[in-house]
Design a protein around this ligand. Structure first.
Ligand code: ADP
Ligand code: PHD
Length: 569
């Protein structure tokens, strides 16, 4: 969670630049759509400071220094009684049929008072991005003819039609989207800020359609744009971090509205509002998971449910290997590592609020609602756990950096990493000796191909001032998520498999993580490796053999907790 110097607002202490204090002025936020533009909505005032944080304040309300909710607020929070957040991804709400199914699913839990978070319908985010890229070069007169724009229009209008809703729910957005693409075409430029604004149309439309559908079914629902609800982020367009001020702001608004007029909140996933720019930001691809866990923590809910199109977190990506099976239990650490190292199923940052709030996350299948799914909690019984899941992250760049100085020179590592810091490039895995470092970078974090090459050229140029550098592209990281306390066993088995398949591992990193061993191989060998590793670990009775051997040797399976520490120590 990113933070900045403290600033006090609205009954809570939030973070903001000291220089902005006391210089509040009322002016519209950056973006053009209603709701971002205006300062006063439904008795709430959105106040931005020059270069300071935006949050929601009751009209005329004084800032207070108290971090604690008052007793009255706590009692009110209990009275509203939200119990779960239910997040549905694009695959769950891809069509009108799916919207109906999801509405039925939400209503099939009458004992719950849910907050619903939705992603954009189907592939809408991808289509918006493609449309934006095409607009840059197609010329203004052709912008209206961009194929993806037609696909987006057709999908949303058809859905409205099939659900028997009023076209006006989306027509304004579709018109504005077309205007925006024309603007991009005229400017021949798509900034990251505009890109975020562009993709926000997906979630803004899906949530409005779904809320209208629930209302039509007679279940009162209220649509919220996250940037209007209190999701305050850094201004890192396309990959913003949620700021602490979000939690009290979101809780206050949702509870307040519920007290005034109870209705199921339907919230846009993925979106936020930059604390300086006041413009729409996005939380990185798949960011609706993070929206859901943030709401879970903000409201102190019993459970966070993330509904997907698979039976939970699987032992590997089913697109790589169809024999993948669901993993029933995970710890937050395992899930975070799995997501960070490439399992598309969860957003890498999404476990943090759940972990901080101590709220279990349940990953379920909206296409198969009775499947048990995966439950993610702080700790779990690791006694029988060896390997949980295998994750593949392809198209990784690896750098071998060898110092040009002699052995024993201090400061080499510091110099290397300061170069990455200066260039704002994040490093995934690292292996070091005294005079050399091997590390991997993740180009997928950058959305533009040209930028990747330029960034790589810059980093190599800087590093060559102090070292001999070999840039190795088209590499993959295979991450073995599991019980690192059993690392020798895992590695023995893994290397056996890799040797049999004629694969040479180019880098290995176990590091500080207690749940992950990373192996770097060439891209061309990676999928085959994952498949071979999966069958060796999960399909041939290996895990039960180990369990039996443990029992024979120790009288019980090796007892360790989720941190890899021996039980009883
Ligand atoms: N280890 C894994 N377990 C489950 N799904 C995975 C895994 N790795 C990759 N996936 C992919 O993630 C997809 C679900 O994530 P995502 O597309 O973000 O869902 P949604 O859009 O519903 O939120 C699955 O359809 C599957 O193809
Ligand atoms: N629509 C956004 C955010 C998101 O979370 O999507 P999904 O839940 O479908 O992965 C994206 O595609 O990145």
């Amino acid at each position: 969670m990113a933070t900045a110097p403290a600033l006090r607002l609205a009954g809570v202490s939030v973070r903001g630049p000291a220089s902005g204090l006391g210089r509040e002025r009322e002016a519209p936020c950056g973006a053009a759509r209603p709701g971002l533009q205006c300062w006063r909505r439904r008795g709430l005032v959105l106040r931005c400071q020059s270069g300071a944080v935006a949050t929601t304040l009751k009209k005329g309300e004084e800032a207070s220094s108290s971090l604690e909710s008052s007793a009255a607020e706590a009692a009110r929070d209990r009275a509203t009684g939200f119990t779960v957040v239910m997040k549905f991804g694009g695959s769950s709400v891809a069509t009108a049929e799916r919207m109906k199914e999801v509405a039925d699913l939400v209503l099939s839990f009458p004992e719950e008072t849910p907050v619903v978070v939705l992603s954009a319908m189907g592939k809408t985010t991808n289509n918006l991005l493609l449309a934006g890229e095409k607009a840059v070069s197609c010329g203004a007169p052709k912008a209206s003819e961009i194929e993806e724009l037609a696909v987006i229009k057709e999908l949303h209008l058809r859905t409205i039609d099939e659900l028997g809703l009023d076209e006006s729910i989306v027509s304004g957005f579709l018109d504005e989207l077309e205007q925006l693409l024309k603007g991009v075409a005229m400017m021949k430029e798509l900034t990251l800020r505009t890109r975020d604004y562009l993709v926000s149309f997906g979630e803004c439309m899906s949530t409005r359609i779904f809320a209208a559908h629930l209302n039509k079914l007679g279940k009162k629902a209220r649509q919220y744009d996250a940037f209007d609800l209190g999701f305050i982020t850094t201004d890192d367009f396309t990959n913003a971090d949620i700021l602490e001020a979000t939690y009290p702001a979101v809780a206050k608004r949702l509870h307040g509205d519920w007290i005034d007029d109870p209705a199921i909140p339907i919230v846009t996933g993925f979106l936020g509002k930059g604390w300086k720019s006041c413009a729409v930001t996005t939380l990185g691809r798949g960011g609706s998971d993070l929206t859901a866990t943030t709401i879970g923590k903000a409201l102190g809910l019993r459970e966070i449910q993330v509904w997907k199109d698979v039976d939970g977190v699987l032992t590997c990506d089913p697109n790589i290997y169809a024999n993948a099976v669901p993993v029933p239990y995970l710890t937050f650490d395992e899930a975070a590592e799995l997501a960070y190292f490439g399992a598309q199923v969860l957003h890498p940052q999404s476990m943090r609020p759940a972990r901080e709030g101590g709220i279990p996350v349940r990953v379920k299948n909206s296409y198969n609602r009775h499947a048990p799914g995966t439950v993610i909690t702080k700790t779990r019984d690791m006694r029988k756990s060896i390997l949980t899941s295998i994750v593949l992250k392809s198209n990784i760049t690896m750098l071998d950096i060898v110092s040009t100085r002699m052995l024993g020179q201090y400061g080499f590592l510091a110099k290397v990493f300061s170069i990455f810091e200066d260039l704002g490039i994040s490093v995934d895995s690292v292996a070091t000796s005294e005079v050399s470092i091997s590390l991997t970078l993740d180009p997928s974090k950058l959305w533009s191909r040209e930028l990747i090459q330029q960034e790589l050229d810059n980093v190599v140029e800087e590093l060559e001032k102090i070292a001999v550098v070999h840039l190795l592209q088209h590499r993959s990281i295979i991450s073995l998520i599991g019980n690192v306390q059993r690392s020798s066993l895992i590695l023995e088995k893994a290397f056996n498999v890799l040797r049999r398949n004629g694969v040479n591992v180019q880098m290995i990193s176990q590091g500080a993580s207690k749940v992950n061993i990373s192996l770097v191989v060439h891209d061309s060998e990676a999928k085959q490796c994952v498949q071979a590793l999966h069958s060796a670990f999960f399909e041939n009775g290996f895990l039960s053999e180990v369990e039996e051997a443990d029992l024979a040797q120790n009288g019980s399976p090796v007892p360790v907790n989720s941190n890899g520490a021996l039980y009883g120590n």
